[in-house]
Design a protein around this ligand. Sequence first.
Ligand SMILES: NC(=O)c1ccc[n+]([C@@H]2O[C@H](COP(=O)([O-])OP(=O)(O)OC[C@H]3O[C@@H](n4cnc5c(N)ncnc54)[C@H](OP(=O)(O)O)[C@@H]3O)[C@@H](O)[C@H]2O)c1
Length: 288
Amino acid sequence: MVYQLFYGFGIITCTVILFQLIKFITPYLLPSKLEKYRTGNAYALVTGATDGIGKAVAMELASKGFNVIIHGRNAHKLNAVAEEITAKNAACKVVQLLHDGSKSSQMDITCLLGLPVSILVNNVGVGPIGEFAQMTNQQIDETITLNATFPSQLTHNLVPYLKQPALMLNVSSYTALLPPPYLAVYAATKAYNNAFSISLARELEHMEVISLLTGSVHTGSNKKPVSFMRPSAATYAKSILGIVGCGRQRIMPYWPHALQTGLISLLPQPLIDKATKAALKKELVSKG
Ligand SMILES: NC(=O)c1ccc[n+]([C@@H]2O[C@H](COP(=O)([O-])OP(=O)(O)OC[C@H]3O[C@@H](n4cnc5c(N)ncnc54)[C@H](OP(=O)(O)O)[C@@H]3O)[C@@H](O)[C@H]2O)c1
């Protein structure tokens, strides 16, 4: 009897583990459905597209045949990215949007309203590491404006004009799930991005909306060297576009990040807290 009970429990445990494993790997094995958004000269708008992940996503979308609208705050960098995109993809039309999203959450998008925009990538975001008490009131306001209010207002103003079928990708962060010390405002805005995205995915059923829980990626603001666990922005952009159509409302597009976060979350919380604090403190000290 006891043997049968253990046997039954073992079968159930193995089935649950197998189910979780299949659930984990499926989105990364499915072919991307990005192509379905490329009808009729479609445009993709990427915010914060002059560096890092945003630039890499814009480049990757252009290479897949999309026209792109690139947003940034620096006219020279916008021009340089536009030139780089057209040098590699002669047929690609590039529109530039110059706007500092930390100063004002309202960007003028009237120039886009006649264009067949089918993809919105809310990528822009900053989060300098530092002690909360040392942040100025202005830094707090600007971080929240850029990371949370700006994408909300842009989404509100653009979504009614998106050409169907439409896709929205919202770049959130692992910090939304495991908020570390010294990044309080940033982590809070990334939790906002995640909740905003999931809520919209449930509301706007005619659109595909995905929250991208991003781990460490080598970019303009994260200069730590590229490694297996810290992909280049170009590799990460491929992962992002690879999971389009995966059927999830939120996902870590780069599977090693998902595995890492899954394993970390199995550890006792005090241990996670201690290790994260030590790592972040070291980073804080090294930045002076
Ligand atoms: N890299 C990571 O490890 C990591 C991890 C988790 C989440 N993320 C998220 O990924 C997204 C992109 O980050 P990233 O690492 O690629 O950053 P990045 O390399 O620093 O690029 C940020 C982009 O946003 C633009 N930008 C910054 N402040 C702006 C402002 N006030 N107005 C308009 N544009 C502005 C930058 O313009 P300039 O070129 O003029 O600076 C640049 O184009 C962010 O939402 C970030 O939270 C990144």
